[in-house]
Design a protein around this ligand. Structure first.
Ligand code: ZN
Length: 307
């Protein structure tokens, strides 16, 4: 095996499920991107992030592969160059697919669309940005609950509110001047309905003590308790968090507040009743719903537990 092949083999991920995506992305690079003057590196990056579901490691691998090909002088860009309009059309088609999913979910009886925004910095993964939120906004009338798992969230709230967020949730761990940021979020108008204020939530990760909420909880519409370490879907619920939910519930009751407790991470049909008993008002469900055979029934069963 010569050098070139060894490089290539080393770069192919071992996991079967991602290998297909990797190949798809490599094809994209081979056929469309190399030598395409119409695209900036940032645009190539954006398409790859989209294509590989925000898996930054995989994006890096594909780019590294493209680099190796360039180094070996391989001529692979035989097809016509990809124009900006082609990229936009491809992205719009993807957004439309996502939009249809959002429409389907909205018809199943859920009360919110919870959108996890990850920046590859506060959490390892990268997910979607305001342009995707804006593109799927027209597919649902439900409140968009935008959970910003990003560093310096203050730099991003305006673009997500303009994109159609109804609820903005920021992480206590990501912002030093939390009280000021909460006021700032409240000062924006809701672009979906001027009469409805933007709601504000603060989230805490499993290792954060509820005491960080003590001096701000009266300002909050929602406390979002992360019951897994944020960054990936499909993780297991961390049981120590049940106590935290009860503690925060007590804080709310003692102060006579209307603040709601939302619980995010690892919720399933075995632990949902305990989570609700501990004080949850809102359950953020990912895998519990999407991996169910009958999604509508799964939503109904979870909602019945909340009653
Ligand atoms: Zn979330």
């Amino acid at each position: 095996m010569d050098d070139k092949n060894t490089d290539y083999v080393a770069l192919i991920p071992q996991d079967d499920s991602i290998e297909y995506k990797f190949e798809e992305a490599v094809n994209f690079i081979e056929n469309k991107v190399i030598n395409a003057d119409g695209l900036t590196l940032a645009e190539v990056f954006q398409v790859l992030v989209q294509m590989l579901n925000g898996d930054l490691e995989l994006v890096k691998k594909v780019l590294a592969y493209a680099n190796i090909m360039a180094k070996h002088g391989m001529k692979v860009a035989k097809e016509s160059q990809l124009s900006r309009a082609d990229v936009r059309r491809a992205l719009e088609a993807d957004f439309a697919k996502l939009g249809e999913e959002v429409r389907k979910i909205s018809d199943l009886g859920v009360d919110y669309i919870h959108i996890d925004v990850m920046d590859g910095n506060f959490v390892p993964n990268i997910t979607i940005g305001p342009s995707v939120v804006s593109a799927i906004r027209k597919y649902s009338n439900l409140p968009f609950d935008v959970h910003l798992m990003v560093k310096s969230p203050g730099n991003h709230i305006e673009s997500f509110i303009n994109a159609g967020a109804d609820i903005i949730t920021v992480h206590a761990e990501a912002e030093t001047h939390l009280e000021r940021l909460i006021r700032k979020i409240k000062s924006y108008k809701n672009v979906n309905d001027e009469k409805k204020p933007i709601q504000v939530g603060v989230s805490i990760v499993p290792s954060t003590s509820p005491s960080v909420l003590e001096y701000i909880i009266h300002e909050l519409d929602i406390v979002l308790i992360m019951t897994v370490n944020p960054g990936f879907g499909g993780q297991e619920f961390i049981h120590s968090q049940l106590n935290k939910i009860s503690t925060i519930k007590k804080m709310i009751q003692e102060r006579n507040l209307k603040t709601q407790i939302s619980v995010d991470g690892g919720i399933n049909f075995f632990n949902a009743a305990d989570i609700i008993k501990a004080g949850a008002d809102i359950l953020v469900a990912g895998s519990a719903i999407f991996k169910a055979e009958d999604i509508k029934k799964a939503v109904n069963d979870l909602k019945n537990l909340l009653l």
